[in-house]
Design a protein around this ligand. Structure first.
Ligand SMILES: [Ca+2]
Ligand SMILES: [Ca+2]
Ligand SMILES: [Ca+2]
Length: 144
């Protein structure tokens, strides 16, 4: 259930892109968004994402406690729905309308490239920047 960071990312990303609608975010904006997301998840401010922090983020996002994140739950975090929808679609890799625990777990493993049970800032940034760029590539039309 770790990787709910995606969730949080959603929240944070939408917020940071704010009202710049109808514009494809620049690399700088994507980086700024991942920066906000990281700080949001790293509750103990040690510069590392621990499993527990991701679990907390997931639990927080899973409003109805069914163990998966629906698009509606994902979008509850704020404005810029087009962007959130785009990222959600990218994360819902099996297209069933939910980002579930196994997806998040898998993403956490991917992020943690050196398998040391922590996700560093660099690992986090790399993963999310790629995720957003893939989302733009696959679903960027949603931004209008
Ligand atoms: Ca931390
Ligand atoms: Ca849920
Ligand atoms: Ca899914």
């Amino acid at each position: 259930m770790y990787y709910i960071s995606a969730l949080i990312l959603l929240l944070s990303v939408g917020a940071s892109f704010g009202q710049t609608t109808h514009a494809t975010p620049s690399h700088q904006q994507i980086y700024a968004a991942t920066d906000i997301a990281f700080k949001h998840i790293d509750r103990n401010n040690d510069g590392i994402i621990q499993e527990r922090e991701l679990e907390q983020a997931f639990i927080h996002a899973d409003a109805n406690h069914d163990g998966r994140i629906s698009e509606k739950e994902y979008e509850m975090g704020g404005s810029n729905h087009a962007f959130r929808q785009m990222v959600f679609l990218e994360m819902d890799n099996d297209g069933d309308g939910f980002v579930d625990e196994s997806t998040l777990l898998g993403q956490y493993s991917i992020m943690n490239t050196n398998n040391d049970l922590i996700v560093s800032r660099a690992e986090f940034d790399k993963f999310y920047t790629a995720l957003i760029e893939n989302a733009l590539q696959h679903h960027g039309y949603l931004l209008g």
